[in-house]
Ligand binder design. Structure first.
Ligand code: SF4
Ligand code: SF4
Length: 260
């Protein structure tokens, strides 16, 4: 990488929340601006979407033909490409339409659906191009983003967190919301990275950081059933922000089928 690496932040179908997490890094962002050249980041000001860069961050999922063309150009222009957030890594909330009849939804929502020009699916960036690293979360947090950039600036491969939220709870000595309150918490199957924010505030995790490594969604679903949840509700716990990420996709489908 050159002395002052060029960095771009690109947006696809998304709510911009992950770009905001980037901006909210505050002081770290000011330090970073002295170490890298931010050449494209529409939300922050600089605009040069076709620039050749050392590191490209990509937010959002691919939902139109235009998106498909644009992400291929971005890949060609980038040495190292990192997806940020659930939309870019798993399709996001908008990927729920992959499990439904998208055309019917359009007809129900829009008066003139024929003007909506989108693909039948909304898919993660990795289904279209090679991705060098994925940062999960809805949204990602600034610490993860800055950590990845710092590693790359020092010539190291960034570390991807794979532990479960449960482990983070134990490290921080949070009281387990499932054991003590009977809340259907997704922490046992969700990767950490957030610092177990929700359990620290006494509420259940809803899996915004996506699936962790080596998980057992069947056992957790059974536990939810013991807590009184209906199969369709269990299915929806897996089919939320990261419905497009395996093994959440298939676990959710199995529980929804159980209802019928
Ligand atoms: S992952 Fe969440 S916060 Fe980030 S862009 Fe998508 S919806 Fe917004
Ligand atoms: S505890 Fe779960 S839902 Fe809450 S921020 Fe962390 S991963 Fe997301």
């Amino acid at each position: 990488m050159r002395n002052k690496p060029k960095v771009a932040v690109h947006k696809f179908a998304s709510c911009d929340g992950c770009q905001l997490a980037f901006l909210n890094a505050g002081e770290a962002l000011l330090t970073l601006s002295q170490q890298v050249e931010l050449v494209h980041f529409a939300e922050a000001g600089p605009m040069n979407p076709e620039a050749q860069v050392d590191i490209a961050f990509v937010e959002g999922s691919i939902c139109t033909e235009h998106d498909q063309e644009r992400i291929r150009r971005i890949r060609n222009n980038s040495q190292y490409l990192i997806t940020i957030g659930a939309c870019a890594t798993a399709g996001g909330l908008q990927a729920l339409r992959n499990l439904a009849d998208g055309k019917q939804w359009l007809a129900e929502i829009y008066a003139s659906p024929e003007y909506v020009n989108s693909l039948a699916t909304c898919t993660p960036i990795s289904q279209h191009i090679k991705v060098d690293m994925e940062l999960w979360g809805c949204p990602v947090n600034g610490r993860q983003v800055m950590g990845a950039i710092r590693s790359l600036l020092h010539g190291a491969v960034p570390v991807v967190e794979q532990d479960k939220v449960c482990l983070e709870c134990k490290r921080q000595q949070h009281v387990c919301v499932m054991v003590t309150k009977g809340e259907p918490c997704m922490g046992p199957v969700t990767r950490t990275g957030c610092g177990a924010i929700c359990p620290s505030l006494g509420r259940d995790c809803y899996a915004c950081y996506g699936p962790a490594e080596n998980i057992n969604p069947e056992a957790l679903g059974e536990e939810f059933r013991q807590l009184g949840l209906l199969p369709a509700t269990i299915g929806r716990r897996f089919h939320f922000i990261n419905s497009g990420a395996e093994p959440f996709t298939s676990a959710g489908l199995r529980w929804k089928r159980d209802e019928s």
